[in-house]
Design a protein around this ligand. Structure first.
Ligand code: F6P
Length: 327
């Protein structure tokens, strides 16, 4: 069934993620394939409010599949959280004749889109784009694979210098509420311990483990800490451990926004391409107020209620593997 949509607005919102451009490209080309007009909204909800909206064609998205960041730019809009902001946004969509939306972003983006749908009934679909991989309803979000590979590459480099100087490094990776990046970097980077928000290890347990290593003459170690760790960030943990450690020379590296940039991996490009097409096909079939996901390699459409306030559980097998290997 072809629903009555004819002009699709597309935007990227929230923290950027590698692969957002590949998703945009897929949305634009699929729209054209299905003979729909497509408009790019600049800077997420901010551009919807200010009216910064441009018509896109197949060539507008040439040479971007391999580029990090987002050519549409991104923002976290405070104004869109207000009724007045959303009113202005709706007026601008009407002005351009835009009758449906595809948003590429994380939970904040989907929350805004849902609110807008409740108020103005504009058929809309969210594509999960965030390095955190913290959205329920999908095995992977766009950008997570690239960010994790970037972090592992950095960790490998830190390992070289850690070993040369017999040092203990606390390495902080991104993930405000989610330990996906940290856990898998910990496994792939050979960390002696990985601290994530989802798991409750105590400071004492962590320090005892590090002490054991010191006593058994372990010369260097890497500890990966998720930004959202409840025990504190890498700086705090390092300074607390320094106070009682007699074995290691301790250093800290915070990888930060380096993880958000760079060329998307093949995995993120393919995922973004599949999800971009699924978003347009979903709108055409009459899906609305949903987020695209991928489960066991099959595209799914998730309602708002099944995503927001649900946790993308860390899989217990990865936790088990990390434990077995970190001795
Ligand atoms: O949500 C993605 C993310 O990179 C988080 O891991 C991090 O906590 C946050 O965004 C940082 O946001 P900002 O770039 O606005 O400081």
């Amino acid at each position: 069934m072809d629903s009555k949509i004819s002009k699709i607005g597309v935007f990227t919102s929230g923290g950027d993620a590698p692969g957002m451009n590949a998703a945009l490209r897929a949305v634009v080309r699929a729209s054209i394939y299905y003979q729909k007009e497509v408009y790019g909204i600049m800077q997420g909800y901010e551009g919807m409010i200010s009216g910064e909206i441009v018509k896109l064609g197949a060539r507008s998205v040439g040479n971007i599949i391999q580029r990090g960041g987002t050519i549409l730019k991104s923002a976290r809009s405070a104004e869109f959280r207000t009724k007045e902001g959303r009113e202005k946004a709706y007026a601008n969509l009407k002005k351009h004749g835009i009758d449906s939306l595809v948003a590429i972003g994380g939970d904040g983006t989907f929350t805004g889109l849902h609110k807008f749908y409740e108020e103005y009934s504009v058929p809309s679909i969210c594509i999960p784009g965030t390095i955190d991989n913290d959205l329920a309803g999908t095995d992977y979000t766009i950008g997570y694979d690239t960010a994790t590979n970037t972090a592992v590459e950095a960790i490998d480099k830190i390992r070289d210098t850690a070993i040369s100087h017999n040092r203990l490094f606390f390495i902080e990776v991104m993930g405000r509420n989610s330990g996906y990046i940290a856990l898998n970097c910990g496994i792939a980077g050979g960390a002696v311990a990985t601290i994530i928000p989802e798991e409750s290890i105590t400071l004492e347990e962590l320090f005892n483990k590090l002490d054991e290593g010191g006593k058994t003459n372990k010369k260097s170690s890497l500890i990966v800490v998720a930004e959202g760790s409840k025990l504190g960030g890498a700086m705090e943990l390092a300074s607390k451990f320094s106070a009682r450690n007699n074995y290691f020379d301790i250093k800290v590296t915070i990888l930060g926004h380096l993880q958000r940039g760079g060329t998307p991996t093949y995995f993120d490009r393919v995922l973004a391409s599949k999800m971009g097409i699924a978003a347009v096909e979903g709108l055409i079939k009459g899906e609305k107020d949903v987020m695209v996901g991928i489960r066991n390699n099959v595209i799914v459409y998730n309602s708002f209620d099944t995503i927001i306030n649900h946790i993308h559980e860390i899989d217990s097998e990865s936790l088990r593997i990390a434990k077995i290997l970190s001795i």
